[in-house]
Design a binder for this molecule. Sequence first.
Ligand code: NDP
Length: 325
Amino acid sequence: MTHAIRFEKIGGPEVLTLQDIDLPPPGAHEARVRHTAIGVNFIDIYHRTGLYKLPLPAGLGMEAAGVVESIGPQVTRVAPGDRVAYASAPVGAYSEAANIAATRLVKLPDGVTDDIAAASLLKGLTAHYLLRRTYAVKKGDHILFHAAAGGVGMLAVQWARSLGAVVIATVGSHEKVPFAQNLGAAHVIVSRTENIAGRVREITGGKGVPVVYDSIGRDTFMASLDSLAPLGLFVSFGNASGPLPPFDASILAQKGSLYFTRPTLANYVSTPAELDAAAAELFDVIARGAVRVRPPKKFSLAQAADAHRAIESRQTTGSLVLVPD
Ligand code: NDP
């Protein structure tokens, strides 16, 4: 038996309950990971609210760090006692332990604590593919990054800055402005009170930016489109304010022959080689201090609902983790 957060129907944070579940021995290609820190990600909210549908009843969570307790007979990638982390489906990381395909595990370097790993693996792998692969950020690029003070934003702004980009960041409130500035954002726009596209045009001398990273979705869709330079790339990677409205592709022509992509992490780390290469780059920028991961705000596993309330309220900065009792 192990404790896990489960939910039987979609809804508010109150649908989350701590339950006893059976955990079978790991399968032939799996490792049993005893969790020490569990990442809270906005996708967990989409799962809980039904924006992304799961067969119910379901567990929750896609990211954790901990120690390998036992392995299936075919596993060679990790061994009992290894410190590891993962950031992938299937959901169920909000639990004391889980059986995970060994190919999805990354070994943690000594310099990365379990808390830091749970605070940064999923979000850091996301920042990696966004900045290095979806659009390869170059020295001198002006880029627009929304929700810059959030979990992904905290890592991405610093990483983009270290690549030489001039980061134009958005945050939801004035209180978050200093946080985004400390990450290295050159310009910070308060999205709830300022005209985002107007400010971006002003900052870029009317040109607009070559890339917008938009995880807010519905509320920022038009502002993001209007911030792009001709041939610019709209990277729509989340929907914190709700999904995008259906749109007519001709709007991309009208706004300057724009490109649009809707990427997701799983496609960028679909093989162990891709996962290892991306994780190595992430651990390298952390080790060099180019990306500093602020210690995450901690909640007990049983308080998962409170962690959800906090992140949905737009009050949080950086990452949140759950810690099993
Ligand atoms: P965050 O810590 O960034 O929290 C979400 C942030 O979104 C809030 O802090 C808030 O910042 C902003 N926001 C804007 N509008 C709303 C709203 N109506 N309700 C709530 N929040 C709002 O979360 P994560 O770091 O976990 O994830 C960031 C985004 O990246 C999410 O949209 C997530 O889905 C996406 N993501 C996508 C991945 C992919 O591969 N496609 C992988 C990982 C994450 P503010 O108030 O400052 O605007």
